[in-house]
Design a protein around this ligand. Structure first.
Ligand code: KG4
Ligand code: ZN
Length: 328
């Protein structure tokens, strides 16, 4: 089954071609440079860039995949959640590709896509497993008991983990996107140099909170003059990253008690973080669990994960999808 998927929920314009669980192409055009000067994604700028990029990205995905549009069995597209203007570009594109050829279309939940990145070759993970999704927009623990659905066991009450890293990086003058920038800056730093609260670990639930941590960073930087900030930036970045990752791993460990979980997976852009990957690997080793870590390019937004999720959903025949819209 050949699928062509489009993903435009945030600031990456993505298209991919898959043959069942095999990736034939996975094209990602990052707009990070366009948003860097603002220190975060500007929704209207993202929509306009998607509009310019989406057709060439789809063409590149087809040609790299060695597939003609007429050979595609089904199309798939992220319909929610995300930036509304950005999503609409993808939805309109997918409809426009599918309808003239009377092909079916599958609408995909972006978060289901992050979970479904784990179903791709090589070495696809079979449910049940516990999945931590940490991205720029979401932080949640998903109990995955089937290919087509998941149960939300806990989620953030305020900022997402990636958002905390992006905002933290901006405070530290480290550029956008903040997660990779903080990871680079933290290398060789002392994670215990600054005491940041690993929030919510005394709270009995499985929810997350990152806004207090961000405020703690703001206060810590205010106490330092420019020269001190410059000298201690590596230690602050290392301490801040350790606090974000510490909360994620603590809640992941606590969530293991919700079921008889034998396997753990990570998803979302923050799952590309090397400290999170190391700490999760150590946890799984300690508890004798299987750990699935997809490569970084399948953690951050991409369309292969959307095609992967679509495999397990009912394709909608032409013309029933023509009135579809997107949901923020
Ligand atoms: O999944 P994603 O690409 O987009 C959303 O759905 O939000 O996640 C983007 C987020 C950003 O906040 C970015 O800073 C973070 O993932 N990120 C990382 C790393 N790579 C991307 N955070 C920590 N370490 C990384 N290596
Ligand atoms: Zn995402």
């Amino acid at each position: 089954m050949i699928a062509l998927a489009v993903e435009t929920s945030c600031d990456d314009t993505c298209a991919a071609v898959t043959d069942d669980a095999r990736i034939l192409s996975n094209v990602i055009s990052s707009q990070a440079a366009a948003h860097a000067r603002y220190g975060g994604v500007v929704p209207e700028v993202a929509s306009r860039h998607h509009l310019e990029l989406v057709n060439p990205v789809v063409e590149a995905a087809l040609s790299e995949g060695g597939v003609e549009l007429r050979d595609v069995d089904t199309l798939a597209v992220t319909t929610h959640p995300g930036l509304i203007g950005a999503l609409l570009v993808g939805v309109a594109t997918a409809k426009g590709l599918a309808a003239p050829l009377r092909k079916p279309l599958v609408g995909v939940d972006h978060l289901h896509g992050h979970v479904a990145a784990n179903f791709l070759e090589p070495d696809p993970l079979e449910p049940p497993f516990l999945c931590l999704i940490a991205s720029g927009g979401h932080t949640l623990l998903a109990g995955v008991t089937s290919h087509d659905a998941f149960e939300v066991l806990g989620q953030t009450l305020d900022d997402a983990a990636g958002e905390a890293l992006d905002k933290g990086a901006r405070l530290l003058g480290l550029g956008y996107p903040g997660g990779p920038a903080i990871q680079r800056e933290a290398e060789g730093g002392d994670p215990n140099a600054f005491e940041f609260p690993v929030a919510m670990t005394r709270d009995p639930g499985l929810d997350f909170s990152f806004s207090g941590l961000k405020t703690a960073l703001l206060y810590a930087t205010r106490e330092l003059d420019e020269g001190e900030l410059e000298r201690r930036r590596t230690d602050i970045a290392a301490s801040y990253q350790a606090a974000v990752v510490g909360q994620l791993v603590a809640k992941l460990e606590r969530a293991l008690a919700t079921g008889d979980w034998e396997a753990v997976a990570l998803g979302g852009g923050v799952a590309a973080n090397s400290l999170l990957r190391e700490r999760t690997a150590a946890l799984c080793e300690k508890r004798g669990l299987r750990l699935k870590l997809v490569p970084g390019e399948l953690c951050t937004d991409n369309a292969a994960m959307i095609a992967s999720a679509a495999r397990f959903l009912e394709p909608v025949p032409y013309p029933d999808y023509l009135d579809w819209t997107a949901a923020a």
